[in-house]
Unconditional design. Structure first.
Length: 249
C-alpha cells in the first residue's frame, strides 16, 4: 500500500480547519487500539494547523475511572460501547460521538516460533489448549475473549495458563517469551517487534470493535478538538487507518 502523501493530508486538513484563527492545545485521552494510526496522523494535523495535541494513553478501564473521578480533557477515544456509557454518565457531550475505526481481534506468537492453525473455530480452540500460556488484555478484546472461552467450554482448562496484561501491549509479553500466544486487537499487535502476526480470529468467532471519539463536557478547546476529529475521519486519513490493521469508520 502506498504511503499517504503528507501534502495530501495537509491540504485536506486546511480545508477542514480553515477559519480557525488561533493555535490551541488539545488534550486527548485514548486507549491503545487506535494508537498506530493516531501517531502518524496527529503530527500532520499539528503541522497543518499549528495546534498542539497532548496525548494521555491509558487502558480503557483506567480512562473510564479517571473521567468519572473528574479528570477533564478535550477529546476521549475509546471503544464505542464505553464512550456511549460515558455519554449516559454525563462525561461526554451527547451527540458528539464520531466513529473512527473498526478493529478485529488477532493472534500472534513469538517471532520464529511455529504458527498455529487458526483457520477455523475448532482449530483456534485446539491451538489455545495446546499452548503453555495465553495472554490477552484487560481491554475490549480481553472482555470478549473471556466470554468466548466460556462459550467454547475451555475457560477452566485455560485458567491456569491465562495471563491478563495491563499497561503494555500483549505482543510485548509474547516477544519476551512470557506467553506462547497473544490475543489482542489486530492494530495493537502489528506494531510490536519480536512477534509474528498469525492472523485474525476466524470469522465465525470474530468480534469487531468500533473505536470512537467524543467531546468531553468540560473541554477547554472544543472547536480545535472537533477539527482534530474531522481530520482523523477525513478521506485522506483512511489509508493510514487501513494499513494499521483497522477499517475506517
Amino acid at each position: 500500500m502506498k504511503r499517504v502523501r503528507i501534502s495530501t493530508l495537509i491540504a485536506a486538513s486546511m480545508v477542514l480547519v480553515s477559519g480557525m484563527a488561533q493555535a490551541a492545545e488539545i488534550k486527548v485521552m485514548m486507549s491503545a487500539a487506535f494508537k498506530a494510526a493516531y501517531l502518524e496522523l496527529v503530527p500532520q494535523f499539528e503541522r497543518a494547523t499549528e495546534h498542539r495535541v497532548v496525548t494521555i494513553g491509558a487502558p480503557s478501564f483506567d480512562i473510564v475511572a479517571r473521567l468519572k473521578a473528574g479528570e477533564v480533557v478535550d477529546i476521549v477515544i475509546l471503544a464505542r460501547a464505553a464512550l456511549d456509557q460515558l455519554i449516559k454518565d454525563g462525561k461526554i457531550v451527547a451527540g458528539s460521538r464520531v466513529d473512527l475505526a473498526k478493529s478485529g481481534v488477532g493472534l500472534a506468537v513469538r517471532a520464529g516460533t511455529p504458527r498455529p492453525d487458526i483457520g477455523s473455530a475448532d482449530a483456534f480452540k485446539q491451538a489455545l489448549l495446546a499452548a503453555n500460556s495465553v495472554a490477552y488484555s484487560t481491554g475490549p478484546s480481553g472482555v470478549y475473549l473471556a466470554g468466548l472461552f466460556q462459550r467454547m467450554g475451555i475457560a477452566d482448562a485455560l485458567k491456569p495458563k491465562i495471563r491478563q496484561v495491563k499497561g503494555e501491549p500483549v505482543g510485548a509479553v509474547v516477544a519476551r517469551g512470557d506467553a506462547d500466544i497473544g490475543l489482542q486487537q489486530v492494530s495493537e499487535l502489528l506494531p510490536v517487534a519480536g512477534i509474528d502476526f498469525v492472523g485474525p480470529l476466524p470469522p465465525e468467532i470474530q468480534e469487531i470493535t468500533v473505536f470512537s471519539a467524543g467531546l468531553h463536557v468540560g473541554a477547554k478547546e472544543p472547536q480545535a478538538a472537533k477539527a482534530l476529529v474531522r481530520f482523523l475521519t477525513a478521506p485522506a486519513a483512511a489509508p493510514v487507518i487501513t494499513k494499521t490493521g483497522m477499517e475506517p469508520g
